[in-house]
Design a protein around this ligand. Sequence first.
Ligand SMILES: Nc1nc2c(ncn2[C@@H]2O[C@H](COP(=O)(O)OP(=O)(O)O)[C@@H](O)[C@H]2O)c(=O)[nH]1
Ligand SMILES: [Mg+2]
Length: 246
Amino acid sequence: MCMTCGCSGEDHHHDHGHHRHEYLHGSSGQKIAVETDILAKNDRLAAENRSLFRKRGVFALNLVSSPGSGKTTLLERTLADLSGEMGLAVIEGDQQTDRDAVRIAATGASVVQINTGTGCHLDAHMVGHAAEQLDLSGIDILFVENVGNLVCPATFDLGEHHKVVVLSVTEGEDKPLKYPGIFHAADIMLLNKIDLLPHLGFDVAQCREMAQRVNPAMTIFEVSARTGQGMDAWYCWLTERLSAAS
Ligand SMILES: Nc1nc2c(ncn2[C@@H]2O[C@H](COP(=O)(O)OP(=O)(O)O)[C@@H](O)[C@H]2O)c(=O)[nH]1
Ligand SMILES: [Mg+2]
C-alpha cells in the first residue's frame, strides 16, 4: 500500500507519524501490524461515515481514476443534467488547489474541497470532516472525487456505497490488468472519452474483457463526458441504485 511511497496521508494524522518510521525500519512482521493498524482505524471511521450517510439518506459514490481521465468533467455534466431531479453534492480531493471545486461550484452544486498535500488518496477521516461542512438535508447523492491515482484509493474505504472507476480510452486497454486492485474494488467502470475512439487504436471489447477478467461483476458504461454520448445509461444506473438504497 501507499506507505511504501511515503504518501500515506499520515501528514494529516500526526499521531501516526511514528508508524511510518516503524514501517520503514522494521521487520516484515511490523510492516503487517502497522498497515493493519492504519487500515483498521480507517475502517472504523468509514463505518461512522456509512452510518451518517444511511441516517441522512445520502447515497455516496467514490470516483477513482488516474489524473485526467475526466472525473470532474463527468461530474459537471452529471450535475447539470440531474440537479433538477435530485439533490447532489460533491467532495473534491486533490493534492493542491481548489480548481475542481471552482468548476463544480459553477454548476450550482454544493462542494467542499479537500487538499491532501503530499497524500495520494482520500481517507475516511478527511471525508467525514468534509461531510460535516455540507448541509446534507436535501442531498440524495454525494459524489466524492478522489485524488487521481489508480493504486492507493483502492485500499481506503470512505464509507461510500460504491466505488466508480473512470478509465479514459487514451490510457490503454490494459489498465485493469496492470492495476487490478482498483478495478476489483469498483462496482462500476465508466469508460470515458469515447468521442476520441475514431482517432485511436483503442479496442473497447478487449478493454471490457480485461476489466471483467479482474472483476466479473463489473458493470461498464461507455460514455463521453464531453459530448454526453452514453450518459443516459449512467443516469439510469444512478436513479435505480438511489431508489434501491433509500
Ligand atoms: N475528448 C474528451 N475529453 C474529455 C472528456 N472528458 C474529459 N475530457 C478532458 O480531459 C481533461 C481532463 O478532464 P478532467 O475532468 O479535469 O479530469 P480529472 O482529472 O479526472 O478530473 C480535460 O481537458 C477535459 O476537457 C471526454 O469525454 N472527451
Ligand atoms: Mg478532477
